[in-house]
Design a binder for this molecule. Sequence first.
Ligand code: COA
Length: 359
Amino acid sequence: MAKQNAVITGWGFYAPSKVLTNFDLEKIVDTTDQWITERTGIKERRIASDGENTSSMSTRAAKIALERARLRPSEVELIIVGTCSPDYLFPATACLVQDALGAEKAGAFDVEAACTSFVAALAIANGMILGGAVRNAVVIGAETLSRLLDWTDRGTCVVFGDGAGAVVLEASNASVGIESTVLHSDGSKGELLYVAAGATRIPATRETVEKGQHFIRMQGGEVFKLAVKSMADAADEALVDAGLTLEDIVLMVPHQANLRIIEGVAKRLRFPMEKVFVNLQRYGNTSAASIPIALAEAAEQGRLRRGDKVLLVAFGGGFTWGAAVLEWYGVPIPDRREKSIVERASRQLEDLVDRVRPV
Ligand code: COA
């Protein structure tokens, strides 16, 4: 059998309809639209409504991605949700998505590498497809960070937002797919961005809640300094692994944390900002969701064509950072899908014959 590659055949995102602008935040904490815009580039972010959560947003994004890929939920073999704001400690958010989609055949688990979670999930799904363990995967990045924010802490509540993005990754005979993935971490810097209580080291008690230890705490300035270098280094490494240079890259889709960080990365790499996709002004930092939301928007805006080389680069709490280089594939061409339907039908027929054959 010819070597298979993993290609993105579907994408979708969901952003809650509730918009929280910088002007709204001026009424909540001591801040201004000007300060937030100048320091972060963010103008507004989306906030999940009461009935919405990480799994429901993931499911909506996944459904759009599956429709684009023309893949039925019953055909999905793997669901990975990258998130640091899951519905529960367990069961995994991916299991809730599996149930909501009706993906009865799929394995499902979550990946937690903070804002790097989507790139980590993509790397795992790619490896499983290349290794032949599964033929397709729905890879999701989703967050409901608004519920982990201290709305009296102006250093964090102005930065983050909620949302979900998803891609369908499939084994393909295409000569190129995901070309490289790199992942790194430095656990010694965990306390720069973390949630202290509510898990097992410091279980939730009345005292932890009163002290607000279940909220996100961040040393923004320190995070900022590490972010630029780590993202630029990961980008360089992923390009070398892929045997490419920045000149080959048509679009960079970075983690949407802060416009100054993204500009810093582009400057360090000497990469033109015109080729960098930025949408954080409308969504804020949606952590694991930011890259798949940005990728889906870029595709919807016609900024990605088959054959384009794309660079994804992320960093986040942990500390974690990583990058991926891929060749954009796009929705499956009808022929390929029709052929696979015929192949599938003949496989199902063989299964049926096996089952009815007397022992
Ligand atoms: N509005 C107004 N003033 C604010 C403010 C806000 N929302 N947040 C902080 N300030 C104040 C501080 O209190 C401080 O005041 P002081 O000088 O009187 O003490 C001053 O602004 C500077 O604070 P500092 O934290 O040094 O600001 P900064 O320039 O580093 O910007 C961030 C803060 C959070 C915007 C910035 O550090 C950042 O974006 N960091 C990266 C965060 C990130 O990307 N996290 C996600 C990782 S995935």
